[in-house]
Design a protein around this ligand. Structure first.
Ligand code: NDP
Length: 318
């Protein structure tokens, strides 16, 4: 077991890095677990985002991985100690808190913890979807779109993520069929307009995915869809199917100790990042199902570090 840390940060998206930068500058010597591919992508969801046009300070847009590399570099420069390991388990039932990480499951102890583990893509839950993941079924157009160059693909979902995926794929693929379960899109007006005016994208409303074909062949050769009103089914001849139906917070390992909302997001005291356990703070998408933006995640990461500093001062540890 290692020395007692003032603060451990779990997660390395904008929330984690903002928390790290602020905590390091406050001389809290933060230890960050940035994760491995298993528990979420180090760097978070921006690592699978192509162009970021809405993070202030980058007027000509910036690639997601580039932005995250810059945040990481800034954290390291300020003195954040980063371990490229997943956290496997925590114990928030007694103070100091325990965090077990890495293949050897080493225990680390800390006065405070900032959870910034983000969220990850949701799946439809079809057996064929699971069987064909990585064989034509994907939840990341930026990661996998290039495999479908000049091919016909489907995108499932009606929110901003689905619009982004469809727009990105329209630059790579021959045609995109957007499958949405209702008769109106959920996405913002601006994103809808872009999709609806794109000649490569066709929208199927009131439609759900019945099955992704063909599990026996081990590759996607089509998607059987059903019109929810008429119940009629037909097969779309596509070779790729991108699922873009929202996200699930990475809160599983904390649920034994912390209060969560019904949708699994960590509950924080309004206006703060304080969780139901004193000294444990949560920032970014793992506690935010309303804004879910890189800039709001970074803002809440900053809040968490400031709250940690105050908490430590109030408890005589800083
Ligand atoms: P959303 O929850 O906004 O949308 C999910 C979509 O998937 C909805 O249209 C929903 O249908 C559909 N859906 C959910 N579950 C199923 C299912 N089981 N079967 C079929 N369809 C399903 O998630 P997003 O990831 O799109 O967006 C999350 C947040 O992030 C939003 O606030 C969004 O604005 C933001 N965002 C912003 C971006 C930007 O500004 N550039 C880019 C991406 C996201 P229904 O509409 O019927 O509920």
């Amino acid at each position: 077991m290692s020395e007692l840390r003032k603060v451990i940060i779990i997660g390395s998206g904008p929330a984690g890095h903002a928390a790290g930068i602020y905590a390091a500058r406050a001389n809290l010597k933060p230890l960050m677990f940035e994760g491995l591919a298993r528990g979420g992508i180090p760097g978070g969801q921006l690592m699978i985002t192509n162009d970021v046009e809405n993070y202030p300070g980058f007027p000509a847009k910036i690639a997601g991985p580039e932005l995250m590399a810059a945040m990481r570099e800034q954290g390291v420069h300020q003195g954040v100690e980063i371990r490229s390991e997943d956290v496997n388990k925590v114990d928030f039932s007694k103070h100091p808190f325990s965090v077990w990480a890495g293949d050897d499951n080493v225990e680390f102890k800390a006065d405070t913890v900032i959870i910034a583990t983000g969220a990850q893509a949701k799946w439809l839950g079809l057996a064929s979807e699971t069987a064909l993941q990585g064989k034509g079924v994907s939840a990341c157009a930026v990661c996998d779109g290039a495999f479908f160059r000049n091919q016909d693909v489907a995108v499932v979902g009606g929110g901003d993520t689905a619009m982004e995926e469809a727009m990105y794929l329209s630059g790579v693929c021959r045609s995109i069929t957007l499958i949405h379960r209702r008769d109106e899109l959920r996405a913002s007006k601006a994103m809808q307009d872009r999709v609806l005016s794109n000649p490569k994208i066709e929208v199927l409303y009131d439609t759900e995915v019945d099955e992704i074909l063909d599990v026996a062949k081990g590759e996607v050769v089509g998607v059987r869809v059903r019109n929810k009103k008429t119940k009629a089914t037909h097969v779309l001849n596509v070779t790729g199917c991108f699922i873009a139906i929202g996200h699930t917070p990475n809160s599983d390992i904390f649920k034994e100790f912390l209060e969560l909302h019904d949708n699994g997001y960590i509950r924080t005291k309004p206006g703060t990042t304080q969780t139901s356990v004193q000294g444990v703070f949560a920032a970014g998408d793992v506690q935010d199902f309303v804004y879910r933006q890189a800039v709001t995640a970074a803002g809440s990461g900053c809040m968490a570090a400031l709250e940690v500093e105050r908490w430590l001062a109030a408890h005589g540890s800083h």
